[in-house]
Ligand binder design. Sequence first.
Ligand code: NI
Ligand code: MN
Length: 228
Amino acid sequence: MKLTYLGHSTFLVEADGKRVIIDPFLEHNPKATLKPADVKVDAVLLSHAHFDHIADALPIAKANDCPIITNFELSEYYAKHGVKSHGLSIGGGFNFDFGRVKLTLAFHGAGLDIPGKDIVYGGSPAGILLTMGGKTIYHAGDTGLFGDMKLIGEMNKLDAALLPIGDNFTMGPDDALVAASWLKAGVTVPMHFNTFPLIEQDPQAFVNRLSEFGLKGAALEPGASVEI
Ligand code: NI
Ligand code: MN
C-alpha cells in the first residue's frame, strides 16, 4: 500500500491498482501540492462534514464518477447533489471493490456549513478504518483522545495510524502520543497541523517522541509518500 500525504488531513491511498482519497482539502489549502482536477480515484472517503475535510469532495466525485463514502446523513446530502454515495454509521463497515471501510468513533463537531445558508447537522463525525491490499490504516479524523482507541488498537493490526496533532480543534501532540501508544501502528503519521495559525505544531518533534514507546513515525511533507 502506498500512502501519500496531501496536506492537512488529506491522504491518497493506493493498493492493487485501486486509489482512494480521504478528506480532500486541496483547492483552498495553500500547502497542498495537488489540484482536485488531477485527482484520479475510485472513491472519496470523508471523516466528517467540516469544510477542511470535504471541500473538494463533490468535484472529485463528479470528475471520477466515483462514490463518496461517509456517515449516513452526509452521504444523503451528496446523493441529493447528484453523485454516487454510500452511507455508513459508526461501528459499521462494508466491503467495496477497492477494499473495506469501517467507521469508528470520533469526538468532534458535526456541522455542515452550506454557503449562503446556515449550518445544518452533518451526521456523526467519525474515524475511518480502511483495508486495501491486505493492509489496514486508521485515519482518526478530527477527534479528541478517547479510551476506546485502545480497543481500536487491540482489535486491528494497524499498518498505519494517521493522527491529528494540531490541538485547539483536535488532540494536541501529548494526547496524540497517548493515542499512538494504544494503537501500536506500524507507522504513525501526524496530520491536521500548520494549515492555520491556531494549529501550529512541530510534526518532527512529535515523531521523535514516538520512540519513547518503541514506535516508528513519519512526518510527511505534502506530496510525500510512504510504502507500508
Ligand atoms: Ni473538524
Ligand atoms: Mn478539521
